[in-house]
Design a protein around this ligand. Structure first.
Ligand code: KG4
Ligand code: ZN
Length: 343
C-alpha cells in the first residue's frame, strides 16, 4: 500500500507518503511547510492560514510524491485531515484531496487529527501500539486517553480551558520570549532557578480519588493568571524571565506527569504514548519517562518532526481506517471521533 496523507488543519501545510501494510508502515516521505506569517501576529490568523495552504499545498504534495519516488498512479489511498481544525484551512486540504481522489480514482479516507497524533508515534517506534495510555498535548487540545486497541478510545480527561501548548504560547508572549512559546519557554526554563517561583498545580490535589471529575482533567488558565500576577509583582521582570519560565514549566510538567501516572495505574497499561507539539519538550519527556519507570511502564514519544502537525500520521491513521468497510469521508467529522467514549 502507498498512502498519500494531507494535513492542513492549522498552520502546517504537510503531505507525506506512508508505505507498507498497517503492521509495518514506514514513512517514505514527509514534507512539512510551517507557515511563518503568523509569527508577526503571535498567533495563527485563520484566513491567512487558508490562503497560505492554498498556494503551498500543490507543490508540497508534488514534493512528497517526488521524495518517495511514487507517481500518482502508484497510490492506493488518499487520507486527509477532516477535523478538528480551522474550517477554512481544513477546506483547502479536503477539497484538494477530493479532487485528487476523483482524478485518480483512488479511495479517499477522512482522518480525525487527534486520533492521528496517536498513530504518529508508532511510525518512529514500532512498540508504541495499544494497549496504552495516550497523552495528546498540542496547541489546540489536551487529552488523556485509554487506548485498549486501535479504533477504541476511552477519554479519561481533557483540559477545561486552555490547551497545554496554548498556555506555553501565552506565557511565551507574556514573558516577551516570542511565538510559538513552547520551544522558547523550554530554552529559558533551562537557565531558571526552580526554587524562585512556585506556581499552583491546577486540578492537582492529594485528596482526589478515581471517579472524581477532576481526577484526570486539566486546567491551565489559573496557572497562566498566576504567571501574569508574578510578572506584575516582579521588581526586575527581565532578570526574572528565566525563573518565571522555569516555575511555569515545572508546574505544567508535574500536573501532566501525575495525571498520566494516575491513568497508567487506573487502566493497568504498560506504556504511555505521547503526542502533539508539547511532546517536543525534553524536560517533560525526561520527567515522564522517570516517573513511569518507577511504575513499571515505558514512555513512547515521537521524534520532534512527528510530534508537531504532519501528514505522515494522517496517512498512517488512514491506512488503519482503510480496512474498515463502508467508512465514508464524513465519518471522521463527528466529534468526538469514532470509537471515542468518555470513560
Ligand atoms: O501539535 P502542534 O504542532 O499543533 C497543534 O495541533 O496545535 O502543537 C503546537 C504547540 C504549540 O502550542 C507550541 O508552543 C507547542 O506545541 N510546543 C511546545 C514545544 N514545542 C512546541 N510546547 C512545549 N515545549 C516545547 N518544546
Ligand atoms: Zn496537532
Amino acid at each position: 500500500m502507498n498512502v498519500l496523507g494531507i494535513e492542513t488543519s492549522c498552520d502546517e501545510t504537510s503531505a507525506a507518503v506512508v508505505a507498507g501494510d498497517a503492521a509495518a508502515a514506514r514513512v517514505a516521505s514527509c514534507v512539512i511547510l510551517s507557515q511563518d506569517v503568523h509569527r508577526v501576529y503571535r498567533g495563527v490568523v485563520p484566513e491567512l492560514a487558508s490562503r497560505a495552504h492554498l498556494t503551498a499545498l500543490a507543490p508540497v504534495v508534488d514534493r512528497a510524491l517526488g521524495d518517495a519516488g511514487v507517481a500518482l498512479e502508484d497510490l492506493d489511498l488518499i487520507a486527509v485531515t477532516e477535523g478538528p481544525g480551522l474550517i477554512g484551512a481544513l477546506l483547502v486540504g479536503v477539497s484538494y484531496a477530493k479532487g485528487l481522489a476523483l482524478g485518480t480514482g483512488r479511495p479517499l479516507v477522512g482522518v480525525h487529527h487527534l486520533e492521528a497524533h496517536l498513530f504518529g508515534t508508532a511510525l518512529d517506534d514500532p512498540a508504541a501500539v495499544p494497549p496504552f495510555v495516550g497523552l495528546i498535548v498540542s496547541g489546540g487540545h489536551s487529552l488523556l486517553l485509554d487506548v485498549p486497541a486501535w479504533g477504541s478510545y476511552r477519554l479519561l480527561g481533557e483540559t477545561r480551558d486552555d490547551a497545554v501548548g496554548e498556555a506555553f504560547d501565552k506565557v511565551g508572549t507574556l514573558l516577551g520570549l516570542g511565538y510559538p512559546g513552547g520551544p522558547v519557554v523550554e530554552r529559558a526554563a533551562r537557565e531558571g532557578d526552580p526554587a524562585r517561583f512556585r506556581f499552583p498545580r491546577p486540578m492537582l490535589h492529594a485528596h482526589q480519588r478515581p471517579g472524581d471529575s477532576d481526577y484526570f482533567d486539566l486546567s491551565m488558565s489559573g496557572l497562566k493568571t498566576a504567571v501574569i500576577h508574578a510578572v506584575r509583582a516582579s521588581k526586575d521582570p527581565a532578570a526574572d524571565t528565566v525563573h518565571l519560565a522555569r516555575g511555569f514549566q515545572d508546574a505544567v510538567i508535574e500536573v501532566l506527569v501525575t495525571k498520566t501516572v494516575r491513568a497508567v495505574e487506573a487502566c493497568g497499561r504498560p506504556r504511555v504514548v505521547l503526542g502533539g507539539g508539547v511532546a517536543c519538550n525534553r524536560a517533560l519527556r525526561e520527567a515522564m519517562a522517570a516517573a513511569l519507570r518507577e511504575h513499571g511502564a515505558t514512555l513512547h514519544a515521537p521524534s520532534p518532526r512527528l510530534s508537531t502537525d504532519n501528514a505522515a500520521m494522517i496517512a498512517r491513521a488512514g491506512l488503519f481506517h482503510a480496512s474498515e468497510a463502508g467508512r465514508t469521508l464524513d465519518a471522521a467529522a463527528r466529534l468526538p471521533f469514532p470509537g471515542l467514549v468518555r470513560a
